[in-house]
Design a protein around this ligand. Structure first.
Ligand SMILES: NC(=O)C1=CN([C@@H]2O[C@H](COP(=O)(O)OP(=O)(O)OC[C@H]3O[C@@H](n4cnc5c(N)ncnc54)[C@H](O)[C@@H]3O)[C@@H](O)[C@H]2O)C=CC1
Ligand SMILES: O=C([O-])CC(=O)C(=O)O
Length: 322
C-alpha cells in the first residue's frame, strides 16, 4: 500500500508517517508538501527511525509480504505520478497563536478553503482515489473536496476518530474501568455538534448504561480537551498523538481490507439518516477502495436531535461557501 500525505511536513502528517513506520513498516509513505525542505527532512529522519523499528525484537514480524516500505518526500506537482492507494489530506494554513479556543476548528474554514481548492486542482490528474481529510473543519472540507472532484462519494472520508478515544476516557472514569475497554461511537460533526452514541456504549464488548447524569459531562469533556491540550502545549502542537494513532488505525484497516466493526468517519450522505448534501460522521466499514458501507443505526431521540443539529450547523456553512 502507498499512502500520500498532502501536508506531509505538518505536525500531524509527519507524526502519522512516524506512527505508520513503527506499526506498519511495509506501507510506503510519500510526504507531499509545498515546504520541500521540511518534507525531505521529515522523510529522511523517519526513514532512519525505521531502521530501529525494524531491528527491534518484534520489528521484522510486522513486515508484510511486500517487505519494507519507504518514506519519501514529494511536491504537489508530483501527485499524478505517485499513484497512491490512499490520500491523506493534512495541509493547512498556519494557525494564529490564539486558535486554542473552542470554535477554532470552524474558524479554519475560511483559511483552508483556498488550499483545498488548490489541492483539488492538483488531484484532478489522478484516477478516483480514497481521500481521508484530517484538516479542519473536516466535515465541510470533505464535502468540498467531493463537490470539486466529483469522484464517487465512497472515496471521501473525514477523520474524527479521536473523539471516540476521548469519550472512552471520560466514560471509564465514571464507571471505574480502564479506558481501553470502553467503546462509545461518536457521530455527527467533528466539533461542537459531536453526537456521543450512548445507546451503543460497551465495556469489554458488553452493553453498559452510562448514567444520564454523566452524559453531558462526557460530551463536554470531548468538546473541550483538544483545546485544553493546545492551550497548554501551544497551537503548533494540536493533538498529534491521538490523531496519528487514529489515522494510522484507519490506514491499517484499509491495508487489511477493512474494519470488521464499524467506526465513525465523516462521509458524504445521500439520504442516510435522512440527510443529503452534507458530510457527517457516521458508522462505516471500509475496504481498500474507501467506504464499503454506511451503517444506519437506530438512534435514541436525543441522539437523533443532536445529529439534526450537526447537520444544520455543517449545512449552513456549506450553503455560505457554495
Ligand atoms: N481531524 C482531527 O482530528 C485533527 C485535525 N487537525 C487539523 O489538521 C490540520 C493540520 O494541522 P497541523 O498538522 O498542526 O498543521 P501544520 O501547521 O503543522 O502544517 C500544515 C502543513 O501544510 C502545508 N501546506 C500548506 N499548503 C499546502 C498545499 N497547497 N499543498 C501541500 N501542503 C501544503 C504546510 O507547508 C505545512 O507543512 C489543521 O487543520 C488542524 O486543525 C489537527 C489535529 C486533529
Ligand atoms: O481541535 C484541534 O485543533 C484538532 C482536532 O480537531 C482534534 O484534536 O480533534
Amino acid at each position: 500500500m502507498h499512502v500520500a500525505i498532502i501536508g506531509g511536513a505538518s505536525t500531524i502528517g509527519s507524526t502519522v508517517a512516524y506512527t505508520v513506520a513503527g506499526l506498519a513498516p511495509s506501507i510506503d509513505v510519500s510526504l507531499v508538501d509545498i515546504d520541500e525542505e521540511a518534507a525531505w527532512a521529515h522523510a529522511t529522519d523517519i526513514s532512519h527511525a525505521g531502521y530501529h523499528f525494524a531491528n527491534a525484537p518484534d520489528g521484522r514480524s510486522r513486515v508484510g509480504p511486500d517487505g519494507f516500505g519507504e518514506v519519501r518526500s514529494a511536491t504537489p506537482e508530483d501527485l499524478p505520478d505517485l499513484d497512491p492507494d490512499l490520500l491523506v489530506f493534512n495541509a493547512a494554513a498556519p494557525q494564529p497563536e490564539d486558535a486554542t479556543d473552542r470554535g477554532a476548528r470552524e474558524a479554519e474554514l475560511e483559511r483552508n478553503l483556498a488550499i483545498v481548492d488548490d489541492v483539488a486542482a492538483d488531484l484532478r490528474g489522478l484516477d478516483p482515489t480514497p481521500l481521508l481529510v484530517v484538516t479542519n473543519p473536516i466535515d465541510r472540507l470533505t464535502y468540498r473536496f467531493r463537490s470539486l472532484l466529483g469522484w464517487p462519494r465512497e472515496k471521501f472520508m473525514g477523520y474524527s476518530l479521536s473523539e471516540t478515544a476521548r469519550a472512552a476516557d471520560a466514560i471509564a472514569e465514571g464507571l471505574g474501568v480502564h479506558r481501553n475497554a470502553v467503546h462509545c461511537p461518536m457521530m455527527g460533526e467533528h466539533g461542537e455538534n459531536v453526537v456521543p452514541v450512548f445507546s451503543r456504549v460497551r465495556v469489554d464488548g458488553e452493553p453498559v448504561e452510562v448514567p444520564e447524569s454523566d452524559r453531558a459531562d462526557v460530551r463536554e469533556y470531548v468538546r473541550d480537551v483538544p483545546f485544553e491540550i493546545a492551550k497548554r502545549r501551544g497551537v503548533r502542537e494540536t493533538s498529534r498523538w491521538v490523531t496519528s494513532a487514529g489515522v494510522t488505525r484507519v490506514i491499517r484497516s484499509m491495508a487489511a481490507g477493512g474494519n470488521e466493526e464499524p467506526f465513525c468517519l465523516s462521509t458524504p450522505l445521500a439520504g442516510e439518516y435522512g440527510f443529503e448534501d452534507v458530510a457527517l460522521g457516521v458508522p462505516v466499514t471500509l475496504d481498500g477502495d474507501g467506504v464499503a458501507e454506511i451503517h444506519e443505526w437506530e438512534l435514541s431521540a436525543e441522539e437523533g436531535s443532536q445529529l439534526t443539529e450537526a447537520y444544520e450547523a455543517v449545512r449552513a456553512d456549506l450553503e455560505r461557501i457554495e
